[in-house]
Design a protein around this ligand. Structure first.
Ligand SMILES: Cc1cc2nc3c(=O)[nH]c(=O)nc-3n(C[C@H](O)[C@H](O)[C@H](O)COP(=O)(O)OP(=O)(O)OC[C@H]3O[C@@H](n4cnc5c(N)ncnc54)[C@H](O)[C@@H]3O)c2cc1C
Length: 684
């Protein structure tokens, strides 16, 4: 009797599911064990995710349970960690975090692609991706929350911001989700009192000169015109360069505000494929014409993770559900042929066409050679996807939701999925506000890199910078502790990365960790009440002086490539207790103090260790345009003996340094003169 083959499939998406179904149909149970691994216990029907965001359908029907869909297939909800192709083993992360291995006779890799939000600074911190059911549900909730925020916003500026939505990427998913958000907000605004039509702004940003590169030029134009008629602002030929909590920005300094940013660009190779030593093209596994991974006889790749040539037109297949499904089916047929000793066939598929919903009951379609747009295309789009849903019960559910929408408005109730508060990260551009005066206090912040300024009266004629904070500093604690609104704003001076701690996490940590609590109490005492209230005379003296009064030129500096030996010699021979470390363009790279030298000795530095390895990087600096009062406050707040002065925070060219002693002596002299003068005045 022939040995039962072990066929393993990684990934329960379009490709993996179709492959498993076909294999089960074609091979008897005593011929093959079919085992499918997927990270979740359901398949995500991604083409309908945008409909979930727009509340056109509920989330459940787009998550199709694998077990019920695949009778006779052993479904394991597990992550595959790595593949050992030489020994025909897959390594999985099993129950209770235990790792295990399983042998295969044939392996089908169908793990799709991952999302990479890291390509654009700030995108990972502030944008919503759209890949999983969780993404769609979170985005839908967020959109609805912005409408609720707009309804009760007290000023127009904030209301407009809440009602601004930016979608990045003008491919299928970007167009669909922009259309859905626009429909959701505009269709349901009648239930709100304070959402004027003209304040809703949905912007779709695309890097090319036309949307939907996959369809014909005529349909692309139709898409843009229809979307613009529906009130969507289509921005073409622009590439987003960074994202902040305020919105998106471009290289030329132009920004578009938005309380909601959706990112539909940035695909990355799935981690298990990254680790696999096999030929790849743009991160996708290169295959032979029959879909075997190049150089292997029993490892196959299908779907978005594979780079497969279509022998129908000799072109690489696009990463779409339509192709993934066909590849899954034909790879299964080839495995069956191989097991039965027959010849495999190259992948061959005549594409059926493209369909994309663009909002407002419109779609564009290229179907069996026909080009259709408008309502008819939209009807076709819905019919095709209804038919494509894998099970009858899911078709019924979606059909019911769509029928409901004909008679009733989209459902605005969206139960809040309260997540446990987390510690997250945020990115800001220079000039962005982390929070403003009067904002509610929700978070505590620790600076990972960059500088901020604490400002009172921001944006007014009386704006006053109270303090400058840099790497390792924290802020936001006072309003949290006192449970009050922010009494000052915090604004980024440079590009800024902060760790953000939610209020509950902050309270838990500060309550449980005694040293942290004491440290905070100390900071609160130091920061509460401006130091100038207690020293009004000093403020007046410093406020009258230009900063140049105190700036001394840097005569001796070190280079980051200088050695430990040179650094020690320089500090001792010149009797310095600090030194700036600058590169060949005079840009400050760090500072070196005697403490750094002692630390380097403790860390086992040799005479040849480079200065860059033990200097203090990202030191707090001030610019030559800062006022004397802010420099004095910064020196005091950080207990510094001296501070470097740079031209501005972009260039960071060293202009000199200011010593604390010099400032103090200057103030004491002035106070002394002032006292003498008043004694003389009294005497005369
Ligand atoms: C918002 C959106 C809209 C889209 N609209 C359309 C459309 O209208 N038409 C169209 O044709 N295509 C559309 N697509 C593209 C289409 O969904 C994909 O091409 C298709 O899902 C690819 O199928 P796949 O099986 O290769 O991967 P996926 O469907 O992504 O499935 C991969 C599966 O593998 C699992 N997995 C990954 N790594 C591991 C691991 N190490 N261990 C275990 N499991 C793992 C994942 O959890 C996932 O379930 C859309 C995509 C998106 C995101």
């Amino acid at each position: 009797m022939a040995v039962r083959k072990k066929i393993k499939i990684i990934g329960g998406g379009f490709a993996g599911v179709k492959c498993a179904l076909t294999l089960r149909k074609k091979l008897k149970r005593d011929e093959a064990d079919i085992i499918l691994y997927n990270s979740e216990n359901y398949m995500v029907f991604q083409p309908l995710l945008a409909e979930v965001v727009g509340a056109s359908i509920s989330p459940e029907p787009v998550a199709v349970p694998l077990r019920q869909m695949l009778p006779g297939v052993y479904c394991r909800t597990e992550d595959i960690l790595s593949i050992d192709v030489d020994n025909n083993l897959v390594e999985y992360l099993g129950n209770q975090g235990k790792r295990g291995q399983m042998h295969f006779d044939h392996l089908v890799i169908a793990c799709g692609s991952s999302v990479n939000l890291g390509m654009i600074p700030g995108m990972a911190d502030h944008a919503y991706p759209l890949k999983t059911v969780g993404d769609a549900v979170a985005l839908r909730y967020h959109v609805m929350q912005q409408m609720e925020n707009a309804e009760i916003a007290e000023d127009v500026y904030n209301r407009r911001w809440y009602l601004s939505f930016v979608v990045v990427g003008g491919g299928f998913s970007g167009v669909e989700v922009a259309g859905e958000i626009n429909d959701l907000v505009r269709d349901t605004r009648k239930f709100f009192r304070n959402i004027p039509k003209e304040e809703i702004k949905v912007t779709l940003v695309h890097s090319r000169d036309q949307l939907l590169p996959e369809v014909s030029s005529k349909l692309r134009d139709f898409t843009r015109v229809k979307m613009e008629q529906a009130g969507i602002n289509v921005v073409l030929n622009r590439r987003v360069s960074h994202v902040t909590p305020q919105g998106v920005g471009f290289d030329d300094g132009i920004t578009i505000d938005g309380a909601t940013i959706v990112c539909t660009v940035g695909n990355a190779t799935a981690p298990v494929i990254q680790k696999l030593d096999a030929p790849k093209e743009r991160g996708r596994l290169l295959t032979e014409p029959d879909m075997k991974v190049k150089g292997h006889t029993n490892v196959w790749a299908v779907g978005d993770c594979a780079y497969i040539n279509n022998s129908y037109n000799d072109e690489p297949c696009p990463p779409t559900g339509q192709f993934a499904e066909r590849q899954g089916r034909q790879a299964a047929m080839n495995i069956v042929r191989e097991i039965k000793g027959k010849e495999t066939k190259p992948f061959y598929f005549r594409p059926l066409g493209q369909l994309c919903a663009i909002g407002g009951h419109n779609a564009v379609a290229e179907f069996l050679g026909l080009h259709i747009s408008g309502f008819l295309a939209w009807f076709l789009w819905r019919s095709v996807y209804l038919f494509k849903l894998p099970t009858f019960s899911h078709r019924l559910k979606v059909g019911f939701d769509w029928a409901w929408e004909i008679f009733y408005s989209r459902d605005l109730a969206h139960p809040k999925a309260d997540l446990t508060e987390r510690v997250g990260k945020s990115h800001f551009q220079p000039g962005d506000y982390v929070f403003k005066e009067g904002d509610p206090s929700n978070n505590f912040y620790v600076i990972e890199s960059g500088e901020v300024e604490v400002v009172r009266g921001a944006g007014t004629d009386d704006e006053k910078v109270l303090a400058i904070l840099g790497e390792g500093d924290f802020f936001g604690e006072m309003a949290l502790i006192d449970n009050r609104y922010r009494s000052s704003a915090v604004r980024a001076r440079t590009e800024l990365e902060v760790t953000v701690m939610g209020k509950k996490v902050f309270e838990q940590i500060s309550g449980a960790l005694r040293p942290f609590k004491d440290f905070l109490a100390d900071a609160v005492k130091r920061r509460s009440g401006s130091m100038w209230q207690k020293l009004p005379g000093v403020f007046d003296i410093l406020n009258e002086q230009p900063l140049s009064t105190f700036v001394k030129p840097v005569l001796i500096s070190l280079d980051p490539n200088d050695t430990f030996e040179t650094a020690v010699k320089t500090l001792s021979e010149e009797e310095l207790d600090f030194c700036c470390v600058v590169n060949s363009s005079n840009k400050i790279e760090g500072i070196l103090t005697r403490t750094d030298i002692f630390r380097a000795v403790e860390a086992g530095s040799t005479p040849h260790t480079k200065v860059s390895e033990f200097m203090t990087t990202s030191p707090i600096v001030v610019t030559e345009n800062d006022s004397c009062t802010i420099v004095a406050a910064t020196i005091r707040d950080h207990n510094l003996k001296w501070i470097p002065v740079v031209d501005n925070l972009n260039n960071l060219y060293v202009k000199g340094y200011i010593r604390r002693d010099k400032m103090i002596n200057f103030v004491l002299d002035k106070l002394h003169d002032h006292n003498e003068a008043s004694v003389q005045a009294q005497g005369s």
